[in-house]
Design a protein around this ligand. Structure first.
Ligand SMILES: [Zn+2]
Length: 133
């Protein structure tokens, strides 16, 4: 057990540390920074194709969805109110425009947030991902 659970665990000898933002925005493996993290849109690969890190042990859980709901929900509600009060469009404009904006931005943001949370888990709770307890 380490003294400070929030402190980053030391880098593995063969892999220099990868910046959290680089892993998140690039959707890359948190250990090597090269392998793709996702297969498909939001499913994390079972293992990194480059370094072999077992990505199936990640524990992002509902975190990415919660952050995406809070961030995009606030932005979209503000946008809906601005458009409604300024332009007062017919209802079908809202029904068409907002889902068309929300769906792709949700998937994009969820990918970044999930990759970021997996990278944070790798940095701070690596032993869980390496099956060391
Ligand atoms: Zn890797």
């Amino acid at each position: 057990m380490s003294a400070d659970p929030a402190a980053p665990q030391p880098a593995e000898p063969d892999h220099p540390p990868v910046a959290i933002a680089a892993a998140a925005f690039g959707c890359r493996c948190p250990r090597c920074g090269k392998g793709k993290l996702f297969q498909g849109l939001l499913k994390v690969r079972p293992a990194c194709a480059v370094c072999g890190l077992d990505l199936g042990q990640h524990d992002a859980g509902d975190g990415p969805a919660v952050f995406a709901i809070l961030i995009l929900g606030a932005i979209m509600v503000i946008g809906v109110f601005i458009v409604e009060f300024r332009y007062q469009p017919p209802f079908w404009v809202h029904a068409l425009v907002w889902p068309a904006l929300l769906l792709p931005s949700t998937i994009l943001l969820m990918r970044v947030l999930k990759a970021g949370l997996v990278a944070l888990q790798y940095r701070h709770r690596r032993s869980e991902m390496l099956g060391e307890g």
